[in-house]
Design a protein around this ligand. Structure first.
Ligand SMILES: [Zn+2]
Length: 322
């Protein structure tokens, strides 16, 4: 009923404008103001809807769209993007969104099937963006190269390089301008402001992390190469390539060896329990740190997400004995 009234008001408003021309009387003007007031809720309802698959993308989108669009995040912050069962309501959200923002099948494989039914104009895969930065192939300190990495293009956790966040922001602004041309200037200005801030953050992280560049560490899953490579950190291994895969005994033996020689810290993740690995790391004198590539509830901006990550590295790899 309310919606009907609003639509009627809107329709009438359009008719009034087209009929009254320049000789608009005061009565008309007063009526128009009342009707505009009626139309405002409709305008608010008509804000473009963006559905981001994961929180880091939602945080970047937030910077670009400001109040001009609604953003929802598909995955709860407690879920791993590597395996997430879509609910019925998720399917509805996917269909209703004006734009679905995701990394790509390389990360959120559970989304690929549903997104195949959505018009490409309503989907933006960040993994395919030109101008992204990819880490060089990691060569382990023992000289043997990990050639069997599944993502030939590279580690899909691409938002962990702040230069990629800038690429995403720029591309998203362009998409939003196509969807909502009236707010073009806002999207453009927001993206530029965000990019300037992130360039600053990039410099700052580079300086902060410089003193720990030679300190060896292992991560829980191979999802940090963008950050590690951007700041020249010394990752010597990982527990598992992807969280849904169990590491083999031989891999763990090798990890144990390399950590014994070069390791200072083992980073676990908030989503996974790895008590046996932690015990192994402690037994050889390693510190235990935590890395969160997605950002928990306390993280409210992309900048904070990266700052927290930097702080986690610093906390575990600074003031080491010996
Ligand atoms: Zn991951």
């Amino acid at each position: 009923m309310l919606l009907y009234n609003l639509l009627a008001g809107m329709f009438f408003h359009v008719v009034v404008i087209s009929n009254c021309g320049v000789s608009m009387s005061r009565v008309f003007l007063a009526g128009l103001i009342v009707m505009l007031g009626q139309c405002l809720p409709l305008a608010a309802m008509a804000k473009p809807q963006i559905l981001a698959s994961i929180k880091p993308l939602a945080l970047i989108a937030q910077e670009v769209v400001g109040d001009n669009a609604h953003i929802e995040t598909l995955l709860p912050t407690t879920a791993s993007p590597h395996d997430y069962p879509l609910k019925m309501s998720d399917h509805r959200h996917l269909r209703d969104a004006d734009l679905v923002l995701w990394v790509g099948p390389e990360l959120e494989s559970f989304l690929a099937r549903s997104l195949a039914n959505i018009p490409p104009a309503k989907v933006m895969a960040t993994y395919d963006l030109p101008d992204l930065h990819w880490p060089e192939n990691t060569v382990e300190s023992d000289g043997h190269q990990h050639a069997n990495h599944q993502h030939t293009g590279g580690d899909p956790h691409l938002w962990l390089d702040p230069r990629n966040a800038q690429v995403i922001a720029r591309a998203l602004a362009a998409r939003m301008i196509a969807i909502d041309p009236q707010s073009a200037r806002v999207y453009q200005a927001n993206a530029e402001r965000f990019i300037a801030r992130i360039q600053q953050l990039d410099l700052q992280l580079n300086q902060q992390l410089a003193p720990i560049k030679s300190k060896g560490f292992a991560v829980y899953h191979e999802g940090y190469s963008h950050f590690v490579s951007r700041y020249g950190l010394h990752q010597v291994g990982y527990v598992t390539y992807a969280p849904e895969r169990r590491p083999g005994a031989r891999h763990l033996r090798e990890l144990h060896e390399v950590l014994k020689q070069e390791g200072k810290c083992l980073f676990v993740e908030p989503y996974y329990q790895v008590e046996s690995i932690e015990a192994m790391a402690k037994a050889i004198g390693l510190r235990i740190g935590t890395l969160d590539p997605i950002g928990d509830q306390q993280v409210s901006s992309y900048q904070q997400l990266l700052e927290k990550l930097g702080q986690s590295f610093l906390a575990c790899l600074t003031n080491l004995a010996g």
